[in-house]
Design a protein around this ligand. Structure first.
Ligand code: B16
Ligand code: MG
Length: 217
């Protein structure tokens, strides 16, 4: 195929950020400090390991390697309890509309996420079958803004990077897409995602004429 689409997961397909927040907050509270919604913004698109490092900096806690690993597992076990209750009602508005548009045109679709839980989440919300390739936290060594995750996705789709379109909600993700020489589309606040080539608050603002233009290019 000549063109391919890559979707980030958290903040683009589903709002799992609220569950990440609850799990990190539970851990912070257990360790004796608060973790706010504002602080949670720093965690978007960031790997689990880096999130825990930032959390411990916020709490002023020095952890042994053993404690660090234990808390990583503890947070994820807690997070998975929220994930387990997810269903298709949690898919963000009009995401299926865009996926269906692409499928109808036989355009390959990949996931490019930092999450190690991407596959079970896509299964839970019943979207896994749309994806021709899944590249997630289990497949990459370098986190966004490094372009690795999107370059592997392009490779798996058999599409050249400059022919890939990326939907992202995180600044680091937009930077990763731009560095990969892909067409970056910011989903969220255009002031925050100002480096994106195009910006939309959500998929309800993306119509078929815009998609047709992207695909025709
Ligand atoms: P996990 P994305 C990211 O997802 C989240 O935005 C970020 O908050 C999270 O820490 C990261 O996944 C790792 O997730 O703990 O499930 O491996 O936006 O890259 O889809
Ligand atoms: Mg995201």
């Amino acid at each position: 195929s000549t063109i391919g689409f890559i979707f980030d997961l958290d903040g683009v397909i589903v709002d799992t950020a609220k569950y990440h927040y609850l799990a990190w907050k539970n851990l912070a509270n257990e360790l004796g400090f608060e973790f706010t919604h504002e602080q949670n913004e720093l965690f978007k698109g960031v790997s689990r390991k880096r999130c825990l490092e930032i959390l411990l900096e916020i709490g002023g806690i020095k952890a042994t390697k053993e404690q660090f690993d234990t808390w990583m597992i503890e947070k994820n076990v807690d997070y998975l309890q929220y994930i387990d209750k997810m269903d298709a009602s949690e898919i963000l508005p009009d995401v299926p509309k865009v996926l269906d548009f692409l499928k109808a045109k036989n355009i390959p679709i990949a996931l490019g996420s930092a999450s190690k839980n991407a596959k079970p989440i896509l299964e839970k919300v019943n979207l896994l079958s749309y994806f021709d390739a899944i590249v997630d936290g289990n497949n990459v060594a370098k986190a966004k803004p490094d372009p690795e995750v999107f370059l592997i996705a392009a490779d798996k789709l058999g599409v050249s990077p400059s022919r890939c379109v990326v939907f992202e909600d995180a600044v680091a993700g937009i930077q990763a897409a731009n560095t990969a020489n892909m067409v970056s589309i910011g989903i969220g606040d255009s002031n925050v995602l100002s480096e994106a080539k195009y910006n939309f608050n959500n998929f309800t603002e993306i119509d078929s004429s815009f998609l047709n233009k992207l695909v025709a290019n």
